[in-house]
Design a protein. Structure first.
Length: 324
């Protein structure tokens, strides 16, 4: 049963989803949704029942103490609302954030429940974020592909029409569920270098947010993420320099990538970059000024908030510990 009491009417809402696990290489996708929630101070309004969708031997609950009271934290998928206030140039737009762990079972019911929330909240577009391992060098901009199963949506939003065949995760299943329900849906996939796959990967997270920004035409506050991305790349540079075989392999990936990217040096690609520059060149009050990120080709804020990271979204209940 879906309870939405206390959730105010939303303005042109877009639902942004990410799930930890198979679809989340380098934690890039889940970190992107966590960033949106943190920067815009999301308000949690609902969580799915962990008992229905998770195998607790795979995703185990944890026990902790608070003021001498023993509590159990269960893995779950949580929903929150953020009020973006717009970018000062257009109408404001609200976001519904869905963040959790890829479910262990009952995927169709899981997707139906998410779609139930989307219907009740009047969501106009569902964007599912994902990240995968790929043969991409860490020294180049992170490739992000936008995919949809809707030919009309692919044409109007300049996206690829999905032709993938093979094993899929909850990202693919949720997108197909949206398509069958008549809800416009898009997947954004960031490619993470397979030779440095351990999380976090702030550069991939930044790339997903930049692509999301273009897709929904809404300026996203980046906080300290650009600086984190540069620090990550410098760290990987140092590690690669210490191993001649790794350095040689990275160079081969760079050459292959540069050759493949030559067609992208087109008027359309340059126009997209210029549009992003124009969006950020006139900062709004309180946003700070923006500087060019020479590492990734993006922009970064000159001053950024000191927000701390958040733990994975989970459901917390009080109760005694069940000893195994």
């Amino acid at each position: 049963m879906i309870e939405l009491e206390g959730v105010p009417e939303l303005i042109d809402p877009v639902m942004i989803c990410a799930f930890e696990g198979w679809n989340d290489a380098g934690d890039a996708a889940s970190s992107a949704v966590a960033h949106l929630d943190r920067e815009w101070k999301g308000e949690v309004f609902g969580a799915l029942d962990a008992e229905d969708y998770y195998d607790f031997q795979v995703n185990r609950p944890t026990v902790w103490l608070e003021g001498g009271v023993r509590k159990v934290t269960w893995p779950t998928t949580r929903l929150s609302v953020v009020r973006t206030g717009g970018d000062g140039k257009g109408a404001p737009r609200d976001l519904v954030l869905v963040r959790g762990i890829e479910p262990s079972m009952r995927w169709r019911s899981f997707c139906n429940e998410i779609l139930g929330f989307a219907h009740e909240l009047g969501v106009e577009l569902v964007v599912v974020l994902g990240s995968l391992l790929g043969d991409t060098p860490h020294t180049r901009p992170v490739p992000v592909s936008g995919v949809t199963s809707d030919p009309d949506l692919a044409r109007t939003m300049d996206l690829e029409e999905s032709r993938y065949e093979g094993p899929t995760g909850i990202v693919g299943i949720l997108q197909e569920a949206c398509t069958h329900a008549g809800v416009p849906a898009v997947s954004l996939w960031a490619a993470v270098p397979h030779y440095v796959s351990q999380p976090p990967n702030p550069k991939a997270t930044l790339a997903l947010l930049n692509r999301l920004e273009d897709l929904i035409d809404l300026r996203i506050p980046l906080g300290e993420l650009p600086e984190d991305a540069r620090a990550w790349q410098l760290g990987v540079d140092q590690l690669a320099a210490e191993d001649s075989e790794v350095a040689e392999y990275v160079q081969s990936l760079e050459e292959a990538r540069d050759t493949a990217d030559l067609p992208e040096a087109s008027g359309e690609a340059i126009a997209r970059e210029f549009e992003r520059y124009l969006r950020r060149r006139d900062p709004q009050p309180g946003d700070g000024s923006y500087l060019r990120d020479t590492t990734s080709g993006r922009t970064r804020p000159q001053r950024s908030p000191k927000d701390e990271g958040t733990a994975p979204e989970e459901e917390t209940t009080e109760g005694p510990e069940d000893e195994a």
